[in-house]
Design a binder for this molecule. Structure first.
Ligand SMILES: Nc1ncnc2c1ncn2[C@@H]1O[C@H](COP(=O)(O)OP(=O)(O)OP(=O)(O)O)[C@@H](O)[C@H]1O
Ligand SMILES: [Mg+2]
Length: 301
């Protein structure tokens, strides 16, 4: 059974189409990255898939439970860290977790055990009796992840879980995401951090203006923009003219090519003819960011 199945899902707000006939499938046990520029429709999709927002049209299933006819069952197997904080500021960290546990009908003892384990895991146990309104952004984010995990969800939706976090907190969250996948759980991850998505995700969906424009593994996506690679190189001295076809980047040069081998020999020839020594050469395949910019029509840098 697939973890998430979405078919022709659509949502408009006062005539503005936020999500336009989106179709995709997320397999069980994978980390699925959901990328798109601001306003592309990511959060709207997450809100529909987690039962917060009713779709105008289309179908969606989470672990086989139709969101239209079996919303309660679907909600029982999913967890969510929404884009905006959902913890109650006037409750303590402990109080928030216990509230979720009771909403899910988890027996008190179990709830307490899970809460203690999760708070410890996310480095919040010492602060369990503090009101959440005094928490820093990173603490709130970690608490929200703990809240999403109290019910032991099979499918976890994370809407930009690491945005604005320090390196350690972001890392801890990424490690947790991997650990969840290793337990066979499914993670639906929205992020603007291309490196994070490249590192973590098994497959990536890109949404632009409400429509899916790509769905592939990060590796295949990178190859989709052709075999173009970037060759960056520098010399020991500044040459009197720019090497043919290259652009200057700081004190180095950059070339885009599908034939790195030939380009490198011609750079060597250029160096020899001009009495220069090549001091660095770097060949890079396109990054997910290059692909993203190309597919979502952003202005190149
Ligand atoms: N409740 C709402 N009422 C009116 N318009 C909305 C509402 N929610 C979302 N929209 C609109 O739908 C579009 C998609 O918004 P959404 O929040 O899904 O984007 P996003 O991809 O999550 O963007 P970001 O990366 O900025 O979080 C935007 O144009 C937004 O203004
Ligand atoms: Mg969003």
């Amino acid at each position: 059974m697939e973890a998430i199945e979405v078919k022709d899902l659509s949502k408009s707000f006062n005539g503005l189409t936020a999500v336009n006939r989106v179709t995709f499938t997320v397999h069980q046990g994978e980390i699925f990255g959901f990328l798109g520029p601001n306003g592309a429709g990511k959060t709207t999709t997450v809100r529909m898939l987690t039962g917060v927002l009713k779709p105008d049209a289309g179908e969606a299933r989470v672990r086989g439970h139709d969101l239209k006819t079996d919303l309660v069952k679907a909600k029982a197997v999913l967890g969510v860290v929404p884009e905006t904080a959902n913890a109650y500021g006037d409750l303590t960290a402990w109080g928030n977790l216990m509230l979720i546990a009771s909403l899910y009908g988890i027996p008190r003892r179990d709830g307490e055990q899970r809460a203690a384990r999760l708070l410890t895991e996310f480095g919040l146990y010492e602060r369990r009796a503090s009101k959440v309104k005094g928490f820093s952004k990173g603490m709130k984010q970690r608490l929200m992840l703990a809240m999403a995990l109290v019910s032991n969800p099979e499918v976890l939706f994370l809407d930009e879980p690491t945005s604005g976090l320090d390196v350690q907190s972001a890392r801890a969250i990424r490690q947790k995401i991997r650990a969840l996948r290793d337990e066979g759980r499914t993670v639906f991850l929205t992020s603007h951090n291309m490196q994070e998505v490249s590192m973590l995700c098994d497959r990536v969906g890109i949404i632009n203006r409400g429509q899916m424009v790509a769905l592939e593994s990060p590796e295949i996506l990178r190859h989709r923009i052709g075999g173009t690679v970037t060759v960056e190189f520098s010399f020991d001295k500044t040459p009197s003219s720019t090497p043919p076809g290259a652009e200057r980047i700081g004190d180095a040069y950059r070339l885009y090519t599908t034939e790195p081998h030939e380009v490198i020999s011609s750079i060597m020839g250029f160096a020899t003819r001009n009495g220069l020594k090549l001091i660095s050469v770097n060949v890079q395949s396109p990054s997910l960011e290059d692909v993203f910019v190309k597919l979502t029509g952003g202005a190149p840098e």
